[in-house]
Design a protein around this ligand. Structure first.
Ligand SMILES: Cc1ncc(COP(=O)(O)O)c(C=O)c1O
Length: 399
């Protein structure tokens, strides 16, 4: 099979995202060759005495399985290039180090995935890379210093589903000549493509929606070819490459990305609307609801409101624990974006490193439950939520 970029299936006429998810990045078909990309387990590849080809060495992210899936990510994000890595954290860490690794200062929104907060607050701070945190709607311009090297945001925010004012942050980044990095794991390229709105690099935990089946751990970065090369350089040094077998699994998962996300968008919107009418639910966070503080912005920026929603179970953490134990189809697990609906309480998972006060500052109140809505029948999911809410209320002695 030919793996060089020139031997790929042409982008045209397939410009739709579903078509790209299925076909982009794959070699041009030839008689006798497999329809499905084979897994290439070789750690290294023959070259001319002076290496010139794209396919070279697996740790460099240039195994054929890496190239195919990275091109698929790039095609979906509308990016010149992309890179796949060993995890979402590897993608974020390498992307940040590529731009701020020389002791540069970072400006980041305070509402971020807990693992990202730990990376910035502890690990990068320990290396002398300092971060100024501000609310997503805070004064980004005022936080910029002469040594600022990166603006960092996440959209939608885990787990409150806030939507930062991305066009404004991108405008500041462009005017000040600063790279803007965004973690768009929750959005997926089906709902939001940050590069179209001025981002420099978009990162993903491909463990979530891109893989889509909770059966792999991977990360992805997309942007200009030059910027992606900077990230690749860090990945080569720190060694966070994705193995070929998992790249293959990611490629397979990505073929159904569009259809899965469309179903998850529809299921989540229906459940969010219904949950808002339930007396046992103190609050519902979903950008598709007019009650969400960023609803108008979400309508302007997003092509879909996403498969993630959060609720506050009336009665606090004890009631939320009873609610989680009462679920029969949705199950408790600390991840998201797969075909199976999963729930988690951020205080025990993504935001466990934070104090109660810090969680409250981020809008994570007692009784907070995050729901990753899967592709099951929405009527079944609604019944499941209904009986779990009833169980939580009954045990609490609420009539
Ligand atoms: C928004 C977000 N970004 C990044 C990550 C980290 O991804 P991974 O677990 O693949 O390293 C997660 C994981 O939950 C996440 O939710």
């Amino acid at each position: 099979m030919q793996w060089s970029a020139g031997a790929m299936k042409p982008d045209e006429p397939g410009t739709g995202l579903s078509t790209r998810a299925v076909h982009a990045g794959e070699p041009e078909p030839r008689p006798g060759e497999p329809v499905v990309t084979p897994v290439v387990h070789s750690a290294t590849f023959y070259t001319d005495p002076v290496p010139s080809g794209e396919v070279l060495y697996t740790r460099f992210g240039t195994n054929p399985n890496h190239l195919v899936v990275a091109r698929k990510v790039a095609a979906l994000e509308g990016a010149e290039a992309a890179l796949v890595l060993a995890s979402g954290m590897a993608a974020e860490a390498m992307a940040i180090l590529a731009f701020a690794g020389n002791g540069g200062h970072i400006v980041a929104q305070a509402e971020l995935y807990g693992g990202t907060l730990t990376l910035l607050r502890q690990d990068l701070a320990g290396l002398g890379i300092e971060t100024t945190f501000l609310p997503a709607d805070g004064d980004w311009e005022a936080a910029i210093r002469p040594e600022t090297a990166v603006l960092y945001t996440e959209l939608p925010v885990n787990p409150t589903l806030r939507i930062p004012d991305f066009p404004r942050i991108a405008e500041i980044a462009a005017r000040r000549g600063l790279p803007l990095l965004v973690d768009a794991t929750f959005a997926t390229p089906i709902n939001f493509r940050p590069l179209e709105h001025g981002a420099t690099l978009v990162t993903h935990s491909a463990t979530k929606y891109l893989g889509g089946h909770s059966d792999l751990t991977a990360g992805a970065v997309a942007g200009s070819a030059a910027d992606v090369e900077r990230v690749r350089q860090k990945m080569k040094s720190f060694g966070g490459v994705l193995d070929p077998q998992t790249s293959w699994l990611l490629e397979r998962g990505m073929k159904t990305l569009a259809i899965r996300v469309e179903r998850q968008n529809a299921n989540a919107l229906a459940l969010a609307r219904w949950l808002e009418t339930q007396p046992g639910v103190a609050a519902v966070y979903y950008p598709g609801l007019p009650s969400h503080p960023d609803h108008e912005r979400a309508r302007e920026l997003l092509d879909g409101f996403g498969g993630m929603l959060s609720i506050v179970v009336g009665g606090g953490d004890d009631a939320a624990l009873r609610f989680c134990s009462g679920l029969r189809i949705m199950r408790v697990a600390p991840s998201l974006g797969g075909v199976d609906s999963l729930v988690s309480m951020p205080r025990f998972t993504s935001h466990t490193a934070l104090s109660r006060e810090q969680r409250h500052e981020l809008g994570i109140d007692d009784g907070f439950v995050r729901i990753s809505v899967g592709i099951e029948d929405v009527a079944d999911l609604q019944l499941d939520l209904q009986q779990a809410l009833a169980a939580a209320a009954e045990t609490a002695g609420v009539p």
